[in-house]
Design a protein around this ligand. Structure first.
Ligand code: MSP
Length: 521
């Protein structure tokens, strides 16, 4: 089956930080995992480039909006590739096909009678790009950014969101897994039950946006424009073949702060277009540093490039998904990252790899012994554990339990370490027990081949390195891996350590960063 996974598209009003990189790494891991099982997978991420917030940020930098977003979007693109995030497409809402997509969707909704003209007056938070009711603010301040909401009054066009209330409630009722985790589904149901108002979907006070095709002095509300990227990204307008293959088997990975846009407005927009709702919306928690929320608004940036310099891509990717369950908030503590690197990566997986390869080189000139078809009991137990791990890790991944998937992989590492200690290959070598030693080294090599396949989606560099040092061109695929069926005649090679031991470094929250985008570009 085809799998489609998306991230929110990011506002390029400032450079990315760890919080905005997190959902993109999650989607990358999931996409790599699906591909490893042979699923045709499309992974979409990108930048959300219109609206008042971007217009203001560009002004502050003394640039026109388009050159400004070109600059910052490129920064996102670059940073993502630095963390080995490999989307099928990096979409920008200024891309021509997206401009056409939005115009086409607006025309269709208007023709259906779902868009009408009116005026709007209310309190607007420019950071959220949304209007608030007075009672939703505290002392006139936005609940998310704690900044004063501005009073805006303008002519606008409305989308008949309120007409979709009952349909939405029915959708939630029929699909209790529509929003995950479950607690977040309940939040959405309560919100919709309490009543929905029609949504103002155009701005006449903003000029940086996609003009309404039927009223060109208005630009499309940035959220209405942004959500449609999920259709642009699979060729809704052009190639109906790609669209038919990937929709609606889509998972939208998003932060908990933007749940209503995705779980309420988006399915209603799709319904209006006659398109099925997405299969699932997965809301993750927020990362904080030293208990403080970090973002471009809280006075600091968690500098991802500096984190990579200090720790490397794989330890960072591993830590983010091992430390905190995906739906919950997490505290980014560098001491914990160092500890997990040193204990779980360096001493756990790294040592197992290093000592196996050293023994292969030392006792067998690097030649990996071929396992006989007949299995000995202890070796059979390792083989069973390997296959069970693929199954259990996959069961967790299908539910986006990244942490539990990693835990089951590390349980397998513990099994292999116990097996090594029990057989003690070094004493088999001392005693000259050649066939037993072959059996043991062959078993360990197979276990590592499985581990290369299992860790690759999380840590692509380490997975590839394990495979290559075991004489394989790439890490094997999880969907087709079979115990004892590896190519024969392979030669293992020693290498440097997979995960060097780390020391804790300076704190990453630098309050002086974040004021200028230019400086970081
Ligand atoms: N442009 C909108 C999304 C439109 S999707 C059709 C947007 N952009 S954003 O750049 O402000 O945020 C993108 C994502 O980053 C959101 O899902 C948000 O939850 C996430 N994060 C921002 N800071 C975060 C943390 N500190 N921790 C985890 N995720 C956080 O919203």
């Amino acid at each position: 089956m085809s799998v489609y996974v998306t991230t929110p598209i990011f506002y390029p009003n400032a450079v990315p930080h760890l919080g905005t990189t997190y959902p993109a790494i999650a989607a990358d891991i999931f996409a790599r995992w699906s591909r490893s099982f042979g699923e045709e997978t499309r992974f979409l991420t990108g930048t959300d480039e219109h609206g008042r917030k971007i217009e203001k940020a560009a002004q502050a930098e003394g640039l026109a909006p388009k050159p400004f977003v070109d600059l910052v979007s490129a920064k996102f693109h670059h940073l993502f590739s630095l963390v080995d995030i490999e989307p099928s497409r990096f979409i920008r809402t200024t891309d021509t096909d997206h401009l056409e997509m939005v115009a086409e969707a607006l025309r269709a909704m208007r023709a259906k009678g779902d868009i009408y003209e009116g005026t709007y007056a209310g309190l607007y938070c420019v950071e959220c790009e949304t209007y608030y009711k007075e009672e939703e603010l505290s002392s006139g301040r936005c609940p998310v950014h704690q900044i004063k909401a501005e009073f805006l009054e303008e002519a606008c066009y409305y989308f008949t969101l309120s007409a979709y209330r009952d349909w939405l409630l029915d959708l939630y009722h029929q699909n209790p897994e529509f929003v995950r985790p479950r607690a977040r589904m309940n939040e959405v149901v309560e919100f919709v039950k309490s009543g929905l108002e029609d949504l103002c979907i155009s701005r006449s006070s903003v000029s940086w946006g996609i003009p309404l095709p039927f009223a060109r002095s208005h630009v499309t509300y940035v959220w209405f424009d942004a959500l449609l990227n999920y259709l642009t990204g699979i060729g809704y307008l052009g190639s109906s073949d790609m669209f038919a293959r990937f929709w609606p088997n889509v998972v939208h990975i998003i932060g908990k702060d933007i749940l209503k846009f995705h779980a309420v407005i988006w399915p209603a927009m799709l319904k209006s277009l006659g398109v099925a709702p997405p299969k699932s919306i997965l809301a993750h928690g927020f990362w904080t540093a030293d208990g403080r929320k970090f973002s471009k608004h809280s006075g600091g940036l968690l500098d991802v490039a500096a984190l990579i310099d200090a720790y490397g891509q794989d330890p960072l990717r591993y830590f983010l998904f091992r430390e905190t369950p995906f739906g919950l908030d997490g505290n980014f503590d560098e001491g914990r990252l160092v500890e997990r690197n040193n204990v779980e990566l360096a001493q756990g997986l790294g040592n197992l790899f290093q000592r196996t390869v050293s023994m292969l080189v030392r006792y067998r000139n690097g030649c990996i012994p071929v396992l006989p078809v007949e299995r000995e009991e202890r070796e059979a137990l390792v083989a069973q554990a390997a296959n069970r791990t693929v199954e259990s890790a996959n069961a967790h991944m299908q539910e986006f339990r990244f942490r539990e998937a990693l835990e089951s992989i590390w349980e397998f590492i513990a099994v292999v370490n116990r097996y090594t200690n029990l057989l003690s290959p070094w004493s088999l070598a001392d005693r000259g027990a050649d066939s037993q030693l072959d059996f043991c080294l062959g078993t360990l090599s197979e276990a590592l081949r499985y581990l290369a396949a299992l860790v690759t989606p999380f840590m692509p560099r380490s997975g590839a390195k394990i495979a290559q040092r075991l004489g394989l061109p790439d890490a094997p695929k999880l969907g087709t891996i079979r115990w004892g069926r590896s190519p024969t005649g392979r030669v293992a090679e020693l290498s440097d350590h997979l995960f060097p031991l780390l020391e804790e470094r300076r704190p990453t929250v630098d309050p002086n960063l974040g004021s200028s985008v230019e400086r970081d570009l």
